[in-house]
Design a protein around this ligand. Structure first.
Ligand code: TPP
Length: 808
């Protein structure tokens, strides 16, 4: 489907004209398809039997629980059938994204009428029995959700949590030159922060090498329980708003038929013609580089169009009352039931479904063929189109580590170098998405391969900024995250790199995407897509100039809490481990990989070979760091996960080694957090034997963790004697201060860990109380020192490991 060379042909004015003026037979086919869709939508909400009204409707035919959303559905299917006609006439590859995903029945019905649904789910056949199943399964136990869910063919967008339709659409068309993403935006949805920010997508789109997004802002005027802002605004203000974002606004309004068919066909033809003209200009060399004024359709129709007008004397159509189930009493109220039957029959089912229950030829005539059907497009099952990245050998980016903890390096720089080379060898298959922090996150090597992509004015003062760039920097975590989702769901690869604290801005998207992948994993027809790789840098432990706003390791908590096997959390302690983890993430499919590592110069621990072995296991003993020779149980296990706390742990072990040489410590480092839970709880979980080899089943463990301490307790739940884990981690202490003061404030410093080790070990070694006093004195010294000198004590700041580590 995806061609290497974008099509450059502009449509002729005759073609656009023909599209703009459908013949009567075309309108008849679209209208029949739309009526059939509306019929199936209403049927899904209400009926569990008598699907084609072969007999008068009775209470027994009505579902006991009436669930679903009618109000948005007729608008969604109206747009859909017009897009199908455009596809038929032009061969345009299109993907359809329903922002108001609660209009799920309309999209399920679309796939059903196009035949795709029965191809994927043969039980839901194109006959009367199949229609009955289609109706019964909707919003039912063991059935399908009421939203445009993962189970809906043709969808990459659930639309459950509103606000992301445009970000998904823009991500889908990046490096996808022949694709048009038709994105219906609900006017309620348009009130959300993410949606409001996402109009800016066109400021990053390059018409020469990207596809196009055609937003249809559907102003049906109401949300669940009230009016919408844009629905009630003076149309001139709506126009100004959208024009201000850079769109050319095409408006269609009404409820009259067939007039609306004619007006919408014309609007769509104009919009498509404009898109093609923009692309042809850019691709044919006739482009001065200014950002095109992309078309956008504002569609005003009544909410619940074609549904019950007045119920029990109250206006329903055109109001918020049409949002969900406009006739709620049909099971018991004969009058409501009569209205429902009239409503269903108003679509003329006998003309739409033949005797066997199959859509009639008139209806089917409105369907495009094969993969051009929007419910069948491979773009919405992106794994089918996914090509493996041509990856460099990550060992090339090794950091030389002659012995542990002697060399300092900015680990993420190496990842930047690898990304640079991935860009070079996979120019249209890989993108980095980052809220304005690529350089700050030390990933700036990518700019040796490509610029930041930007479609607005570029000035002489700008650096690495051009229309052809593929590093996506927009100061919106929502846009970055959503674009990457759209990009990967349509089969391409990428990373989202962000400050750790502000990953919480888009945390809900991470959760929603995890849910999507989790559900997709259970559907054999959904091919696996590239993983969503999230790099969290500028972590909680390094504040420097930032105050108590830049700390928030909460995304770890979110990801470990997602159900099933989608979430992975990696805490590489150094650059070589980061490279090994990153290589794995680049290659993986259908996961959410969270990688957490700071960007500041940090001590390096392992050679590349050691790192590879360590990361393959996910967790392991660092024998050189402790004093446990394996001949007996250690007195304490000092475990760590996360770069900064690893340094504190190794330093604590070093203090214990020097001051209490007979106290046996074992240092365990965890890179892959999901090795901690039991295997039955996560596929990466260590088996019990390995877990006991690392942590024993009875020795106390002092665990220094990058994130909130509760995460470790959650993960080791069910492990032998889990209460013995004493966890130090981020406890919401932060301010503008030194790196070491951060670990002190959060009671996770080397001195705290030493005291924890002594307090928790079952054997109190001679000299323990003197050592604890020394630790307290060091903490007091630190407190005075940082205030006086504004930096950390030299023994902390310049700490490296003793020579014995090399000798060990
Ligand atoms: C982020 C988010 N907040 C709240 C909701 C609950 N909700 C579901 S539908 C809806 C109204 C949507 O209105 P609109 O986008 O205009 O869609 P339509 O009127 O076409 O149904 C709301 C608030 C949600 N799904 N997502």
């Amino acid at each position: 489907m995806t061609s290497t060379m974008p099509r450059t042909d502009a449509p002729t004015s005759e073609l656009v004209d023909r599209l703009a003026h459908p013949g009567d037979d075309e309108v008849a086919a679209m209208d029949a398809w739309w009526r059939a869709n509306n019929y199936l939508t209403v049927g899904q909400i209400y009926l569990m039997a008598n699907p084609l009204l072969r007999e008068p409707l009775s209470s027994d035919h009505i579902k006991p629980r009436l669930l679903g959303h009618w109000g948005t559905s007729p608008g969604l299917s109206f747009v859909y059938t017009h897009a199908s006609r455009l596809i038929q006439q032009t061969g345009q590859e299109m993907i359809y994204l329903a922002g108001p995903g609660h209009g799920g029945p309309a999209l399920v019905a679309a796939g059903y009428l196009e035949g795709t649904y029965s191809e994927i789910y043969p039980d839901v056949s194109q006959d009367e029995d199949g229609i009955r199943r289609l109706f019964r399964q909707f919003s039912a136990p063991g059935g399908i959700p009421s939203h445009v869910s993962v189970t809906t063919p043709g969808s990459i967008h659930e639309g459950g949590e509103l606000g992301y339709v445009l970000v998904h659409a823009f991500g889908a068309v990046m490096d996808n030159p022949d694709l048009v993403a038709l994105a219906v935006v609900g006017d309620g949805e348009a009130e959300t922060g993410p949606l409001e920010g996402s109009w800016k997508g066109i400021s990053f789109l390059n018409p020469a090498r990207d596809g196009a997004v055609l937003p249809v802002l559907h102003l049906n005027g109401a949300k669940i329980a009230g009016p919408t802002v844009l629905g009630r605004k003076d149309p001139a203000e709506v126009r100004s708003l959208l024009e201000g974002h850079g769109y050319q606004v095409i408006e269609v309004e009404g409820a009259d038929l067939p007039g609306m068919h004619h007006r919408f066909a014309e609007a769509l033809a104009r919009a498509w013609g404009a898109i093609k003209a923009i692309q042809a200009g850019a691709r044919g060399g006739d482009w001065d580089g200014t950002r095109p004024r992309w078309p956008l359709i504002v569609l005003r129709t009544p909410k619940g169009w074609t549904g019950p007008d007045v119920v029990d004397g109250v206006q329903v159509q055109g109001t918020w009352r049409a949002h969900q189930v406009p006739l709620s009493g049909v099971k018991d109220d004969a009058d409501h039931r009569r209205l429902l039957e009239e409503w269903l029959r108003s679509y003329g089912p006998a003309e739409l479904f033949d005797d066997a229950g199959r859509p009639t030829e008139l209806v089917r005539r409105a369907n495009p063929d094969g993969d051009l059907r929007m419910s069948a497009t491979p773009h919405a099952n992106g794994g089918l189109l996914t090509r493996d990245l041509d990856l460099p050998d990550f060992r090339k980016y090794a950091t030389d580590v002659p012995s542990p903890a002697t060399v300092r390096a900015e680990s993420t720089r190496k990842l930047g170098e690898m990304m640079r080379d991935v860009y070079r060898t996979n120019p249209a298959l890989f993108r980095l998405f980052c809220p304005d922090e690529t350089n700050s996150n030390r990933l700036g090597a990518v700019f040796e391969a490509t610029d930041r992509g930007f479609a607005e004015r570029v000035s002489d003062a700008d650096v690495s900024l051009s229309r052809d760039g593929r590093v996506m920097e927009v100061l919106s975590e929502h846009n970055c995250h959503g674009w990457l989702e759209g990009y990967t769901l349509t089969g391409r690869h990428g990373w989202f790199a962000t400050y750790e604290a502000f990953a919480m801005v888009s945390a809900s998207q991470t959760i929603q995407h995890s849910k999507w992948l989790q559900e997709a994993d259970e559907l054999p027809w959904r091919a696996k897509v590239p993983s969503l790789n999230v790099l969290l840098t500028s972590t909680a432990w390094r504040n420097d100039h930032n105050g108590f706003s830049h700390q928030g390791p909460g995304l770890i908590q979110n990801v470990i809490t997602t159900r099933g096997n989608i979430g992975r959390v990696y805490l590489p302690p150094d650059a070589n481990c980061l490279m090994s983890v990153a290589d794995h993430c680049f290659r993986s499919r259908s996961y959410v990989n969270l990688v957490v590592i700071d960007k500041q110069p940090q001590l390096q621990w392992l050679t590349m070979d050691q790192a590879i072995e360590h990361c393959a296991r996910g967790a392991g003993v660092w024998p050189w760091a402790g004093t446990d020779d394996g001949s007996a149980d250690p007195d304490i296990v000092l475990a760590c996960a996360g770069d900064v706390v690893t340094m504190e742990t190794v330093a604590a072990a070093s203090i214990l080694r020097e001051r209490l040489p007979h106290f046996r410590t074992r240092v365990v480092n965890v890179v892959d957090l999901m090795t901690l839970p039991r295997r039955k709880d996560h596929p990466h979980g260590m088996d019990e034997t390995l877990f006991n080899e690392l942590f024993t089943d009875h020795v106390d463990v002092v665990f220094a963790f990058h994130g909130y301490p509760g995460a470790i307790h959650q993960l080791v739940h069910g492990r032998p004697d889990a209460d013995r884990f004493r966890v130090r981690g981020f406890i919401e202490e932060g301010t503008t201060t030194t790196p070491f003061d951060m670990v002190v404030r959060n009671r996770a410093s080397r001195y705290h860990l030493v005291m924890d080790a002594l307090n928790n070990a079952r054997r109190t070694p001679p000299g323990a109380s003197a050592l604890k006093e020394w630790c307290m004195a060091q903490l007091a010294r630190h407190e005075a020192y940082v205030v006086e000198h504004l930096e950390d004590m030299p023994e902390v700041r310049d700490w490296v490991l003793g020579d014995w580590a090399t000798e060990a």
